[in-house]
Write a new protein. Structure first.
Length: 364
C-alpha cells in the first residue's frame, strides 16, 4: 500500500498541468475586465457569444478589486533584471538525533531576468560563483484571488560538511569540522497554489510581482496547497575516512526521494508607509503528508514510508512602484522536515532578491 502511495509521483506532471490550465483560463478571461467594448462585440454575435459573455462577466466579478485599495497595472508587459543571494542547508540525523551531519554549500550569487506579461511571470537565473554552473527556473501566475508558483532547483557541487554531532574518537567528541564534500546531489520540483481571502482590498502581486499597486494598508488570510518533490543522492564514501568509519549505518543511505503534499494557512499584510512604497510580511505554516523511498547502501534494499510533518514558508518584501518604474527587495525562506524511525531530514533554502524594472506596451 505504501509503495502504491509513493507511485503518485508518476502523476505529478499531469496534476501541475491541470492546475496551470485552470489558472490560465481564469487569467485570460479576467483580462477582459478592462475591455468592455470587446465584450459588447462578443455579446452581439451568437447565442454561444451570449453564453461566453455570461462566463466572462461572472469571472470578472469574481476577480474585481476595490480601486480605493488596489490600483490595477496599466501596462501589458514588464522586464525585470534581478540579483539573488541564496542559501540552503541539509541536516541528516539518526533516530533520536544521536548522530547528525549538516551539509551546506557556500552562499550563492545569481543574476537573472524575468519577463512578465499581465499576470504571468517567467524567470531564468544562473550562478556567478566559481563552481559548477547551476540554474533555477520559475514560472508564476498572479491574479487577485489565486497565485500559482512552479519552480525547479538542482545542485550537485560546492557543498561543505559544516557540522557533525555524535561522532567520538577515543572517547572525545569530534565537533570541529569544516571540509569540502562533493558526494551530494539535490534537486527539487514544486508547485504552490494559494487562495487570497481578502482579494478585493489586499494585493499579493503588489508585493511580489508588481502586476498591481497597493494604495492603502490591507491584509488577508491565505489558504494554500503545495506539492514538493525532493531528491537526494548521498555518497558516504566521499566523507573523510575517519568520519565515515564512525558513521551510523542509518546515515549510509544511497538515495532518498520524498513527495510532500501539504496544506498551509497563514496571513499576509501590506503596509503602505509612504507614497508608492510598500512593505509586506507573510507567514504560512503547513502540515504535510509525505511519502518516501529510501535506498540503503548496506543491503541495496528500498524502503517506503509515509508520515505527517510540519513545514513553514516566510516572506518579506519592500517595493517602490510609481506605475511606470519599480524597484524592490524580497526575502523568502522555506523549511521542510521529514522524520521516520531510522532517519530524519531538516532542509531549507532562502533567497534575498534585489530587482528593478519598467513597464511597456500600455493596455488599450
Amino acid at each position: 500500500m505504501k509503495k502504491f502511495l509513493y507511485n503518485i509521483t508518476q502523476y505529478n506532471k499531469k496534476a501541475i498541468l491541470l492546475i496551470l490550465l485552470i489558472c490560465i483560463s481564469i487569467s485570460v478571461q479576467g483580462r477582459n475586465l478592462h475591455q468592455p467594448d470587446s465584450l459588447k462585440t462578443v455579446q452581439s454575435t451568437t447565442k454561444n457569444g451570449n453564453f461566453f459573455k455570461k462566463i466572462v462577466k461572472f469571472v470578472n466579478k469574481q476577480l474585481e478589486q476595490d480601486s480605493f485599495y488596489v490600483q490595477p497595472n496599466k501596462y501589458n508587459m514588464t522586464i525585470m533584471p534581478q540579483y539573488t543571494y541564496g542559501y540552503e542547508y541539509y541536516r541528516f540525523a539518526t533516530e533520536n538525533k544521536e548522530q547528525s551531519i549538516t551539509i551546506t554549500p557556500a552562499a550563492n550569487n545569481k543574476i537573472g531576468v524575468f519577463l512578465k506579461w499581465r499576470v504571468f511571470s517567467f524567470g531564468y537565473k544562473f550562478t556567478l560563483n566559481n563552481i559548477q554552473p547551476e540554474f533555477d527556473m520559475e514560472f508564476n501566475l498572479y491574479c487577485s484571488r489565486v497565485r500559482l508558483e512552479l519552480f525547479y532547483r538542482k545542485r550537485n557541487d560546492g557543498f561543505k560538511i559544516r557540522n557533525i554531532k555524535g561522532f567520538y574518537e577515543n572517547g572525545k567528541s569530534l565537533t570541529e569540522y569544516n571540509q569540502d564534500f562533493n558526494g551530494l546531489t539535490t534537486s527539487q520540483i514544486g508547485a504552490n497554489l494559494f487562495y487570497i481571502f481578502n482579494y478585493k482590498k489586499f494585493s499579493f502581486p503588489a508585493a511580489y510581482s508588481q502586476s498591481s499597486i497597493q494604495r492603502r494598508n490591507a491584509g488577508s488570510f491565505i489558504l494554500g496547497l503545495n506539492y514538493n518533490e525532493h531528491f537526494f543522492i548521498f555518497d558516504h564514501t566521499k566523507v573523510d575516512p575517519k568520519i565515515e568509519s564512525l558513521m551510523s549505518p542509518e546515515l549510509k543511505f544511497n538515495k532518498i526521494n520524498y513527495i510532500d503534499l501539504s496544506v498551509n494557512f497563514g496571513y499576509s499584510y501590506n503596509w503602505v508607509f509612504a507614497k508608492n512604497f510598500l512593505a509586506n510580511i507573510s507567514s504560512t505554516p503547513a502540515i504535510g503528508y509525505k511519502t518516501t523511498s529510501l535506498k540503503s547502501i548496506i543491503d541495496n534494499s528500498t524502503e517506503y514510508e509515509s508520515s505527517i510533518n510540519i513545514d513553514l514558508v516566510t516572506r518579506m518584501a519592500v517595493v517602490y512602484n510609481n506605475g511606470k518604474y519599480y524597484a524592490g527587495a524580497s526575502f523568502t525562506s522555506h523549511t521542510y522536515t521529514y522524520a521516520k524511525p531510522t532517519i530524519s531530514i531538516l532542509n531549507g533554502f532562502g533567497y534575498l532578491k534585489i530587482y528593478a524594472g519598467f513597464y511597456f506596451w500600455r493596455k488599450k
